[in-house]
Ligand binder design. Structure first.
Ligand SMILES: [Zn+2]
Length: 307
């Protein structure tokens, strides 16, 4: 194996991003735990829910803190869910991937500040999507405090730094940046809203929650309308595995002659919208030039024929 100092540098930097992401991940845990209850995310500090013992700074270290405690509270021995360190590791891994996609393979010169700006911009969306995913998974809701904050950030940062979004939504001026953001916001929110409305007409029940409308509007305001549209069509494929598990359970209940409960019929869509958005976002340097660009050109030509 040849020694490549540049590769070594990128590996080191990706590791730094992982650690940074894990630290942010412990804040993400606090948000997932407190936002559905509209509790403050800043005060009070983390404490054990049973013995109320505050969690010491050394035990609060992401991932390693949980391992050192053996997954139990130091005061009363209440077990702490492994989901906490797993979410910290997940955010860490996603931050490292964002570094790889936007700094290493983003088409920038080495250490160009714009590359880090672009990675940071997408890291904010990563944080919002992970928070939305786990709250939606737990409670079948996505708080506006996540999505509205995200819309403001996506639109605002895209206006302040017009070049922060990659092709085809990169902009040269603040006005262009704002326009791209608003277009993404409208298409993202609009497509879910229309399908939700049609679903209501056909099935006479809520097909998708309003939280999904605001979630894809937020994704669109960050990533632009093309990525928002692709997210919407990719998400059901990610949800398919979840649907199959549910169908097996329903079939088992039918065999056992147990009446199905309402919860067995519902599947949160937010986690799969988030998963699709993350996949497209991190794969964008390959997906856009690889096939998405041609797809949208073709759609443009088709709509040109009919217009
Ligand atoms: Zn305790």
């Amino acid at each position: 194996m040849t020694f490549d100092p540049l590769m070594l540098f990128h590996l080191g930097a990706a590791l730094v991003c992982f650690v940074l992401g894990a630290v942010v991940g412990s804040f993400v845990n606090v948000c997932i735990y407190r936002l559905p209850w509209q509790k403050s995310i800043l005060w009070p500090g983390s404490h054990c829910p049973r013995c109320l013992r505050p969690i010491a700074a050394r035990d609060n270290l992401p991932i390693v803190g949980w391992i050192a405690l053996g997954g139990k509270c130091r005061g009363c021995g209440l077990s702490i869910s492994p989901r906490y360190p797993l979410i910290e590791a997940l955010v860490g891994a996603l931050f490292a991937l964002a570094y790889s996609s936007f700094v290493v393979y983003g088409g920038y010169r080495l250490l160009e500040p714009a590359a880090f700006l672009r990675a940071g911009y997408h890291a904010i969306l990563i944080v919002l999507l992970v928070i939305a995913t786990f709250i939606d998974y737990d409670y079948y809701l996505i708080p506006d405090s996540v999505t509205v904050t995200g819309m403001v950030l996506g639109l605002g940062l895209g206006t302040l730094f017009p070049g922060v979004r990659p092709e085809p939504v990169g902009a040269a001026t603040a006005l262009e940046g704002l326009t791209q953001g608003l277009l993404g916001w409208a298409v993202g929110g609009g497509v879910v809203w229309v399908v939700r409305w049609l679903g209501g007409l056909v099935f006479r029940r809520e097909a998708m929650g309003f939280g999904d409308v605001t979630l894809l509007a937020m994704i669109g305001s960050f990533l632009g309308w093309q990525a928002a549209l692709l997210t919407f069509f990719l998400a059901p494929f990610f949800g398919l595995a979840h649907v199959l598990v549910r169908l097996c359970r329903l079939a088992a209940q039918r065999l056992l002659r147990r009446p199905p409960t309402g919860a067995d019929r519902e599947i949160p869509f937010g986690p799969y919208l988030s998963l699709a958005a993350l996949t497209l976002m991190l794969g964008w340097p390959w997906i856009w030039p690889g096939w998405a660009k041609r797809l949208f050109q073709m759609l443009g030509e088709i709509s040109g024929i009919f217009s």
